[in-house]
Design a protein around this ligand. Structure first.
Ligand code: ASP
Ligand code: SER
Ligand code: ZN
Length: 614
């Protein structure tokens, strides 16, 4: 690492905020040097950051192995361990974050400043330092996690888990059955409401102790700019894509109306949430057979290609790996194959929601995914390996920098790769025959399928964290949890629940990331960034045709430049990382707009004369 000059400014934006907040609330553990003591020095800050870095690196391995044990085998003992280790880890992270607050207003070299700032943000849900708070929080988070992952519903005479429901909702077209699956799954979340309200209280108290107004503000402080600026940035990005979403919504509603009729899909109303082919109406790609442009050339069906070629979970994973190695990245280690969980184990409870892991911050990378042989899971395994390749690329960084440039980068890596799964690529890996490559006249269909996946997702992602920001800052009280959830989903997505919701419903908890406290803005950002990555990569490759037909499979030059961004991890503010790969320092929806422009012209023509909106 090169040494860097002292920052001219006295402190970072984060420090200024912390200082203001600390002055207002003066929590003891957050105060700068006690009166009478000398102000802390830059050298002390560096020593502190290094020691904290090492402590967290060691702690994280314990956290990771405990969480892995729990998630791949949920039982009384693993729950106990997760609670214990979770509480310990929260205490340690809070202690380190609080200690970092002492250096808020000390002039520091940029590298030390960055580590100190990262330390203050190194936990998702803080707890206050008083006796018992971290334990209570860990009990709640563990209980919510188990409720979600062991949830089963009674459906057509069997006990059914979420992974099966998700698959069935993609192909079921009977509105009564869709409503039943949807309603029963959402009932799984009802008992979570009380725990969730308590979690919000505890974590908010913890956030205030660390100098943040609330947990939402803490999450929004992870983007190298003040939280308020980041919120404005998100609105700007959404503003770029919102007109596209409205066109897509209007077109899809029209097609669903043709299928289901006016009684079920009225043309001037929000769309029923259970009719969109996905439990959360967040990804509509399974609607493709219903909304295919009439008279448009049928394109291939990726699920069918995979099934016919006899793919299994392992082969899906190997195929995804090969994309990365084709760019010059290394093969996955043997331990990945020995230790990953790629299919649902039948003899125990597990967390089936897909995730990628780096257990020792070095070599021991794994995926846990209950892979089904379909197009969505094919994309998801590319997504998960994106996390693993990022982890592996930045492993030489100090622990505090072993992270994405921001969390949206981490989510975008694998999705960027999956955008390269084009007809041409599928022929290169022998899944599609050359004579099956759809002609240019099928472009609208190809783009439609992508739009159903990517554009439909944006207002969903926004709703998830707008809801949590409101909950954490108190605008939404526990009594309003469900009503405000649907108000946001109505406003952003133009959807409504299929039936009147019971007074005790807690529908947000039916989504993994709420029950499991995974911030969601990352996915919104990722869906914007992945198109920036893709457009830049295709330009680097000298691609000439329509953007959505480009694949950089096998392109080592692109791989080298990509790797430069990956290796940086979180060592620099994210605009530096973005610039290293794409040449630009701004997040921008322009690449996504350009990608989908031919489709939008088509949708606007189809929607002409219709009343759009809700
Ligand atoms: N693909 C899943 C999702 O994004 C899990 C993940 O983020 O890795 O929630
Ligand atoms: N994997 C994330 C989810 O399931 C974003 O696509 O919500
Ligand atoms: Zn992910």
């Amino acid at each position: 690492m090169t040494s860097k000059p002292l920052l001219k400014a006295a402190a970072s934006w984060l420090a200024i905020i912390a200082f203001t907040a600390a002055c207002a609330t003066t929590p003891a553990e957050n105060a700068a040097a006690p009166t009478g003591e000398a102000a802390p020095t830059a050298a002390q800050a560096q020593t502190y950051a290094d020691a904290a870095n090492n402590e967290l690196a060691e702690l994280s391995e314990l956290e990771n192995r405990t969480a892995w044990s729990y998630e791949t085998n949920i039982n009384h003992d693993t729950e106990w361990l997760l609670q214990r280790v979770g509480a310990q880890a929260t205490q340690a992270r809070v202690r380190l974050a609080s200690g970092a607050g002492r250096f808020a207003n000390v002039e520091l070299p940029p590298d030390t400043r960055r580590k100190i700032d990262l330390l203050r943000l190194a936990l998702v849900l803080p707890a206050p330092q008083r006796e018992g708070a971290a334990d209570e929080l860990a009990q709640i988070t563990t209980r919510l996690s188990s409720m979600y992952s062991t949830g089963r519903i009674d459906y057509r005479g069997a006990q059914v888990s979420l992974d099966d429901l998700e698959t069935w909702m993609g192909s079921e077209r009977d509105p009564a059955r869709l409503e039943e699956m949807w309603t029963k799954w959402h009932a799984v979340a009802t008992p979570m409401a009380g725990d969730y309200a308590r979690l919000v209280e505890i974590a908010n108290e913890g956030a205030r102790d660390l100098g943040f107004a609330n947990v939402g503000q803490m999450w929004l402080s992870n983007y190298d700019m003040p939280a308020a600026e980041m919120e404005t940035e998100v609105q700007r990005l959404w503003g770029q894509m919102q007109p596209f979403y409205e066109q897509l919504h209007c077109y899809v509603r029209g097609r669903l109306n043709q299928r289901y009729g006016d009684a079920i899909v009225p043309l001037d109303q929000p769309i029923r949430a259970d009719l969109l082919g996905n439990m959360w109406a967040q990804d509509w790609q399974t609607l493709m057979p219903l909304v295919r442009p009439p008279g448009g050339r049928a394109t291939y069906d990726t699920t069918q290609l995979l099934v016919r070629a006899g793919y299994d979970a392992r082969r899906m994973t190997e195929t995804a790996e090969r994309f990365y190695t084709s760019l010059g990245l290394p093969e996955l280690p043997d331990t990945f194959w020995e230790r990953s969980v790629l299919t649902r184990p039948r003899d125990r409870e597990v967390v089936c929601h897909a995730s990628a892991w780096d257990l020792d911050n070095q070599e021991d990378i794994r995926v846990k995914q209950c892979i089904q042989i379909n197009a969505e899971h094919f994309q998801t395994i590319h997504h998960e390996l994106g996390h693993n390749y990022y982890q592996r690329a930045y492993r030489a960084q100090p622990y505090l920098y072993q992270n994405g440039a921001h969390d949206g980068f981490h989510e975008a890596i694998g999705d960027f790769i999956a955008l390269n799964i084009t007809p041409d690529y599928l022929t290169q890996i022998n899944l599609l025959r050359r004579n099956q490559i759809p002609p240019a006249s099928a472009d609208v269909s190809l783009l439609m399928e992508r739009a159903l996946e990517k554009i439909s997702f944006l207002p969903f992602a926004l709703s998830v964290d707008q809801w949590r920001w409101q909950v954490f800052d108190g605008r939404t009280t526990p009594a309003e949890y469900n009503a405000d959830w649907w108000a946001l989903r109505l406003r952003n997505q133009g959807i409504a629940p299929p039936n009147a919701r019971p007074a005790d419903a807690f529908d947000p908890g039916a989504k993994y990331h709420i029950a499991n406290n995974v911030p969601y803005l990352r996915y919104f950002l990722s869906f914007v960034l992945q198109f920036q990555f893709y457009e830049a990569a295709c330009q680097q490759a000298g691609w000439q045709g329509p953007l959505h037909r480009c694949t950089v499979y096998g392109n080592r030059e692109v791989g080298e430049r990509f790797n430069r961004m990956l290796e940086m991890g979180a060592s620099h503010p994210w605009p530096d990382a973005l610039e290293a790969f794409t040449g630009t320092r701004r997040m921008d929806g322009g690449a996504m707009v350009r990608y989908f422009t031919p489709l939008m012209s088509y949708l606007q023509a189809q929607n002409a004369g219709k009343t759009c909106g809700w």
